[in-house]
Design a protein around this ligand. Structure first.
Ligand code: ADP
Length: 788
């Protein structure tokens, strides 16, 4: 505080330092950086004398070299408390404001500014008006702090303690964020009351701004959604609990779950359900047995891909390229698949029939499914329905069951992790049905695009949207598929491969794949065509290529072992050396080599592993006309055998059979490969032929295979699966096949070279069949027969 004595010694002329962007008030201590040469000179001059400097602010901060007209008239005289010279020639000074001054005139400009000044002194007494003004100002200052202005507590306390009106105004002004010219206005207000008034005005303005700011903030807070706020508060609570050391593990777990649920992207109703379960968990004692049930449940809910999906790209050209790249042949199949995808592209959704691939094992059904997924950029998942007998396997068990889990559909979707995979359901023809319930209705719901957008799993108790899933089903046979399901599906037949196709597939796909999978190279192992032929003919008998692939793998495994054991160079496997790796052949090729026999006829069947060649045996025993059938024959096949017997009894005389045979003999028909269930009417003519053969003693030509249904009048009716059967006959090296005349139209489906290498004889009566299939009367056998 300037006292009268001090004023006495204050000099008239002072060195001057112009300030940029800063106004200094009396009684305040501030650090000052001095950089300009003339200012440093002025500072030095002050240090040489009484440490006093006039500080006056520049009108514009940018002026580099201020002249007399560039600074304000009113400023502040300060005492330099400390001076510190910095190595770069500039200086730092700590100064304390003393009194307001007014520049009367500039005494000199160089080497520093020097001014003659007039001093002002504040009236220290505060009258009532001043006191009122002061109280207002302090009140406003406090309010500003409450509204969020960052004013340190000690500054507020200091403000309350100030008694001099002018000084209070200066103090408050210094702490406000005012512009330089506004602060200068306060500095220039010499009368303390005017100064207080002005400061109050500025402060009020600032208060208004602060108020608006806080209003905006409040509004923002209100618009924060309820869940966000809850989240925010919980985070705070967590932090507080952690700080207090009362944060426990179970709480942490609950929080973790809450976060998981929040991020899972569930529909609102499901999220609500999950949160409800969570609050149950929260209230339960840790050790309660049910907590683990609830945990598992929430894990399931939160883990499902409610929102996650792969971005689909569908470019038909590319899809075609992918299908071609992965598969040899299968032209018709590829065409149908591409048509299906084209429709999907045009309609942009998964409505419409579900694809159903029907064919024997190993013909590429799964593999085409995989390629579809790849060409659509979707994930691929398979699930087998074989042996599923219980609806709960599809839909899950209710949570009240001990160890309940979601059904296989939800499990698969969870496993694949996206909501739009290509989902292959295998063996839809093997879905069982028994006292535990019928899974078909659940499957219907899954596969129905009208219903599957809210698929109900018993365990989840919440609808899950399956409408983006692309379902494909597979089956070995079409007939066993429940009709309701069949209606919904677009069936694509996979017929099985011919020998040549198998060879191509092996050369182009299977061998390179297995060689690579076994860590070998073509420089290490060569499997020659002759070896592949040998494998196809003598080591496998199948419609597909699964065993072929497995057999190739067997060879690769052995070579891999030899390489590891140190074998150098390349191993060549040929037709002649194949047995070294594979043991003796498992099948004999070329059935024509076998002898003709009495009572054995060559038939063609169509089972779930594709077409096959079978030898139906018939024999007679002394008895009373009983008919025995063995070999796991289905109902239809048994009836077909009855029909064959009735036909023979009716036509016995014409066939050269004792019309009374039925009184003296029992008949037995056996269809070998007894472990494989067989059904269908197509073995009718074969059974009849075997019976006639045994009853007449005429042997049957082994190299003729036949297929066809028989009527009581000896008509030959058409059958299904002709293509598969002919392929099987071709594989077995059969040269002549007797087929129902009405099946001729199906011949177009059979590959050209198969047709050209076999004689396919269309027939429509049993007489013709017998004429072709039975060899001329063998007198020896005839006699033997008659003896019975
Ligand atoms: P399915 O599902 O019909 O039982 P897979 O798709 O599993 O048969 O096929 C068995 C193996 O044969 C797979 O390794 C597959 O890649 C291969 N394969 C089948 N058909 C072809 C084909 N036309 N071209 C190339 N590889 C094939």
């Amino acid at each position: 505080m300037s006292s009268k004595d001090e004023r006495m010694v204050l000099p008239d002329v002072l060195p001057l330092i112009p300030l940029r962007d800063l106004i200094l008030f009396p009684d305040l201590v501030v650090p000052l950086f001095v950089g300009r040469e003339r200012s440093i000179n002025a500072l030095e001059e002050a240090m040489r004398s009484e440490h006093l400097v006039a500080l006056v602010t520049q009108k514009t901060a940018e002026t580099q070299d201020p002249q007399p007209g560039d600074v304000y008239e009113i400023g502040c005289v300060v005492t330099v408390l400390q001076e510190l010279k910095l190595p770069d020639g500039t200086a730092k000074a700590l100064v304390e404001g003393k009194q307001r001054i007014r520049i009367k005139e500039f005494v000199s400009v160089d080497p520093y500014l020097q001014v003659r000044v007039e001093y002002y002194e504040d009236d220290e007494k505060a009258d009532v008006e001043a006191q009122a003004l002061m109280r207002n100002l302090v009140g406003d200052f406090e309010q500003a702090s409450e509204l969020g202005k960052p004013i340190p507590q000690e500054v507020l306390v200091a403000a309350t303690a100030i008694e001099e009106p002018g000084r209070l105004a200066d103090f408050v002004t210094f702490h406000l964020s005012l512009k330089v010219d506004e602060k200068q206005q306060i500095l220039e207000a010499i009368d303390p009351k005017v100064r207080l008034q002005k400061t109050t005005d500025f402060l009020r303005k600032e208060l208004e701004i602060l108020e608006i700011g806080s209003k905006i903030q409040n509004r923002v807070k209100e618009s924060m959604s309820k869940t966000q706020r809850e989240y925010f508060l919980r985070e705070q609570l967590k932090a507080i609990q952690q700080e207090l050391g009362v944060y426990d593990e179970s709480q942490a777990e609950v929080e973790e779950y809450r976060e998981k649920i929040r991020l899972a992207g569930m529909p609102e109703s499901v999220e609500e359900k999950a949160l409800k379960e969570l609050s149950r968990l929260e209230k339960m004692p840790q050790a309660a047995a049910e907590t683990s049930v609830i945990r598992t449940y929430i894990d399931w809910l939160a883990g499902l891909p409610w929102q996650t999906e792969d971005e689909e790209k569908l470019d038909l050209i590319e899809a075609e390229a992918v299908l071609e790249e992965d598969h040899y042949g299968l032209e018709k199949v590829k065409e149908r698949v591409l048509e299906y995808l084209a429709v999907h592209k045009l309609t942009d959704h998964m409505r419409g029939p579900i694809l159903c691939f029907v064919g024997p094992p190993g013909v590429g059904k799964t593999s085409i499914g995989r390629s579809i997924a790849r060409s659509l950029n979707r994930k691929f998942i398979r699930m087998s329905l074989g042996g599923v007998r219980d609806e709960a396997e599809i839909r899950g068990h209710r949570r009240t069951y001990v160890g309940a889990l979601p059904g296989r559909i939800i499990q698969s979707v969870n496993q694949v992790g996206t909501k739009n995979p290509v989902f292959m359901m295998d063996e839809i023809d093997k879905v069982g049905m028994d006292f535990r319930g019928d899974p078909t209705s659940a499957l219907l719901e899954v596969l129905d695009p009208e219903q599957n957008n809210a698929f109900q799993d018993h365990y989840l108790e919440a609808p899950f949207d399956l409408s983006n899933v692309m379902f494909i089903t597979t089956a070995n046979l079409l007939d066993p598929i429940p009709p309701a399901l069949r209606d919904r599906m677009e069936v694509i037949h996979f017929p099985g491969y011919t020998e040549d196709e198998k060879l191509e597939i092996a050369k182009k796909y299977l061998v390179p794949k297995q060689v690579k999978e076994h860590g070998l190279t073509s420089g290490r192992l060569e499997i020659q065509d002759s070896a592949l032929h040998e494998i196809i003919r003598r080591y496998t008998r199948e419609a597909g290529v699964r065993n072929l692939e497995r057999t190739i793998a067997t060879i690769c495994r052995q070579i891999a072992r030899k390489v590891v054991e140190g074998k150098k160079g390349k191993t060549i496997v040929s037709g002649r050396t194949a047995h070294k790796y594979l043991g003796p052949p498992k099948f004999s090729f070329g059935l024509a080599e076998k002898r003709d026999e009495v009572g054995v006829a060559t038939g063609l069947v169509w089972t779930e592993v594709g077409g096959d060649v079978i030898f139906i045996e018939a024999t007679t025993m002394t008895g009373k006309g009983a008919l025995m059938l063995t070999g796991q024959l289905g109902e239809v096949m048994r009836e077909s055998a009855q029909a064959a017997v009735s036909y023979i009894r009716t036509n016995a005389a014409a066939l050269g059979i004792d019309p009374e045979f039925n009184e003296k003999l029992d008949l037995h028909i056996h269809v070998p490969a007894a472990a494989i269930p067989k059904d269908g009417p197509s073995a009718g003519i074969t059974m009849a032929t075997a019976l006639v053969s045994v009853l007449t003693g005429r042997s049957v030509r082994r190299d003729i295979a036949m297929t066809g249904e028989i009527t009581l009048r000896g008509k030959v009716l058409p059958i299904g699966g002709l293509k598969e059967k002919l392929l099987a006959a071709h594989r077995a090296g059969i040269k002549t096949v007797l087929v129902p005349k009405e099946n001729l139209r199906d011949l177009d489906l059979v590959p050209e070279h198969v047709r050209s290498e076999m004689q396919i004889v269309p027939l429509d009566s049993m007489d013709e069949v017998l004429r072709r299939a039975l060899v001329e009367v063998d007198s020896k056998a005839d006699k033997k027969n008659k003896k019975k």
